[in-house]
Ligand binder design. Sequence first.
Ligand code: NAD
Length: 370
Amino acid sequence: MAEGVDRLSLRHPGGTTTVFVGRDAAAAARPMVGEWLAGRLAFVISSPRVLELHRAAVEALAAPAARVKVLTVPDGEEAKSLEHAGRLWCEMLAAGGKRDSRVIAFGGGSVGDLAGFVAGCFLRGVEYLQQPTTLLAQVDAALGGKTAIDLGATKNSIGLFHHPALVVSDVDLLATLPRDEVRSALAEVVKTALILDPLLLERVERDLDRLLDADADALQPVVLATARAKLRVVERDPREGDQRRLLNFGHTLAHAIESVLEYRGLRHGDAVAYGMLFATRLAEQNGLDAPVAERLRRLLRRFGLPSLPTLDAEALLEAMGRDKKALENGLVWVLPAAVGEGKMVRGVEPAEVRQHLEAFLEDPWAAAAG
Ligand SMILES: NC(=O)c1ccc[n+]([C@@H]2O[C@H](COP(=O)([O-])OP(=O)(O)OC[C@H]3O[C@@H](n4cnc5c(N)ncnc54)[C@H](O)[C@@H]3O)[C@@H](O)[C@H]2O)c1
């Protein structure tokens, strides 16, 4: 194993995913990837921006395949559509794709979600590899087997669980990421740290400036710890029946904010940061120690988040009710219980949520009153 590269694994109902994390993870993964690709047709699914920046990395990874076909999709969320999935399937059939062909997702979470979905449906499912190129995808989207496309305005509404055979997370690829993308992804890291990993939280507090600068030496242990924490939860609850919902900390309000804003004007991670502030406020009302809440606020203040746009509490409440993660019997709130510990709370009264939401929209950074 190359120095500075860690190898993790996730056992799931469909088998095992091997995850390589670190600088030059691709070199460490090469023997395994070589075997996985040998004699086969490999479809690389990526976007123009990522290929322009990092084509050499994916070419080196895919080199052991008998034949490689690169298929491009638009950058960002636009790729996650039925139209692009359909086009990719046509191109894969036309190129002679078979049940033993391979798919390589090379890009951020958008490319990964689409490519995983395309691989999961093509000829009833072919194996795929994720080579994530964003921090968000390395710490979250590429791990756990959730794949999806958007149907109309409804995000991630069509999809399946289809785990990658391999994930190759090379933190050096993150050097070209815009700072806003790094900041937004770090919110997901803080989410994981606050509810699952106190040491990770300390590390983010200590190294935040270097992390925001995408310093690879600072990112490497953070990507590793966040991936490890997520894999532990997914292994216990692969289909998001219960425990995996803990990873939804901050997302109940974040999804509502994004939906009301029609996915414009605030990045997902920034919305999650505001969602965590709100959930923490609810938690303070439910017994969370004030210093824990204050610690989260202090850390998130250092992120330099864009301000929260003007939002209507009623519209947010309605959007929360429509969230696909709401159950028949209402919303499940994930609230921090202590540093490194989250809990799921059902049955928070809608009137209570409304009251706190109105105050939160006035000043998201304030502590809960009373
Ligand atoms: N499946 C899951 O469990 C899961 C979890 C979280 C998020 N997601 C999904 O992930 C998507 C968001 O992913 P994302 O945040 O990675 O964004 P993204 O994939 O949309 O990429 C954001 C932008 O960064 C560019 N980019 C990618 N890599 C780059 C690099 N190395 N250097 C410079 N630019 C680069 C892309 O071209 C794009 O323009 C959403 O669709 C979300 O629903 C899925």
